[in-house]
Design a protein around this ligand. Structure first.
Ligand SMILES: Cc1ncc(COP(=O)(O)O)c(C=O)c1O
Length: 350
């Protein structure tokens, strides 16, 4: 099915100076919006960025029926604009929507909306190393009604914002063994708002203790590493790239998947499996060289320089020759069109 998206551009076009502004603070000039009612999507349109008018009874405000995605567009070496791994982000969006009993967005509508919005705001995609346009598709339950129920009405929107380096410095993380982010059978594998709201308290507590982030462990026994903030956890030790297997309680990260694929292709040994705290502690206690890093769209690769486990702090390897930086360079080269896109990960807008 073809979707006819109406486009109303800003009367006067501008590109704000965004370089020194924190992540996500400045939206581009336009946004996409469509309403879901009576079982179908209505009035898909691209309009100047504006505030919403929403009933205070809107179900999303009370019961957290919200889902979002986060992806990036890059300026390629030949001056094109590339949206990276749009298909995988769309697939994950659908999985999250399904988990939250929300209507799926047809792929043709999603693709067309992404294409047109990024094309219209193409001048907002920064062409600098480490810079990109962060794109946020999301859906909220907009039906106005107090009462715990699945909504009948929704808004699907896409906004975007120029993005520069997410973390200025390597991270100090605390392995969290008191609080949990997600439990088996819960919503940990969905990108739904509640997962993030629930993570604030332990994360803020850790920040007050001098850490940048927490490294979550499984909710049952706090025995296995899960993920960290908005990143999947990855390790490089014993010449092996190791990352926790998808368990239902961590997000199926697109960056994680890309790095695993790139590493395998480069002949690096890769293991996706449970990573126990004991294994990590033993390696660090033995003085083994351990690279630890977070992998996610916003931060790309965030080196972890210190891990605190049960009150004891260990140092991880973050030297220039670290494997994580080699993998990051390979990933960036694909996204910027400097290396062949052998998996069709790139969607070239123009
Ligand atoms: C909880 C969580 N884990 C991992 C990730 C990394 O996923 P991706 O690489 O798709 O951005 C994210 C970010 O989306 C996240 O929010």
């Amino acid at each position: 099915m073809e979707y006819n998206i109406s486009v109303t551009p800003q009367a006067e076009r501008t590109v704000a100076e965004t370089k020194s502004i924190p992540f996500g603070k400045v939206p581009t000039e336009h946004m996409f919006i469509a309403e879901y009612k009576d079982g179908t999507w209505h009035n898909p349109r691209i309009v100047p960025f504006h505030d919403l008018s929403l009933s205070p009874l809107a179900l999303c405000l009370h019961y957290g029926q919200t889902v979002f995605e986060g992806m990036k567009a890059f300026v390629t070496a030949d001056g094109g604009i590339n949206i990276f791994r749009m298909q995988k982000h769309y697939d994950r969006f659908c999985k999250s929507l399904d988990r939250m009993c929300m209507p799926l967005v047809p792929k043709a509508l999603f693709d067309e909306a992404m294409h047109q919005l990024v094309q219209l705001d193409a001048s907002w995609v920064p062409d600098e190393p480490e810079a990109s346009l962060y794109i946020r598709p999301f859906m909220i339950a907009s039906e106005g009604r107090i009462g715990v129920k699945v909504a009948d009405e929704y808004l699907f929107m896409i906004v975007a914002s120029p993005a520069y380096q997410y973390y200025a410095n390597p991270l100090k993380v605390k392995v969290e063994t008191e609080f949990s982010r997600a439990a088996e059978g819960g919503t940990g594998a969905a990108k739904c708002g509640g997962n993030y709201g629930g993570a604030f308290y332990p994360t803020e507590k850790a920040k007050r203790e001098g850490f940048d982030q927490v490294l979550w462990t499984d909710a049952k026994n706090h025995e296995f590493i899960e993920e960290s903030g908005t990143m999947n956890a990855m390790f490089y030790m014993n010449d092996t790239l190791i990352t926790p297997a998808l368990s239902g309680s961590i997000l199926d990260g697109v960056t994680r998947d890309s790095l695993v694929t790139i590493a395998k292709e480069a002949g690096i040994k890769v293991e996706t499996r449970q990573v126990s705290l004991k294994e990590l502690t033993d390696a660090l206690e033995a003085g083994q060289r351990v690279e630890a890093f977070g992998a996610g769209t916003a931060a790309v690769i965030a080196p972890i320089e210190q891990i605190t486990i049960a009150g004891k702090t260990y140092t991880c390897y973050i030297g220039e020759d670290a494997m994580m930086f080699q993998l990051k360079a390979k990933l960036n080269n694909i996204r910027k069109g400097l290396a062949p896109d052998t998996h069709n990960w790139n969607y070239i807008v123009k």
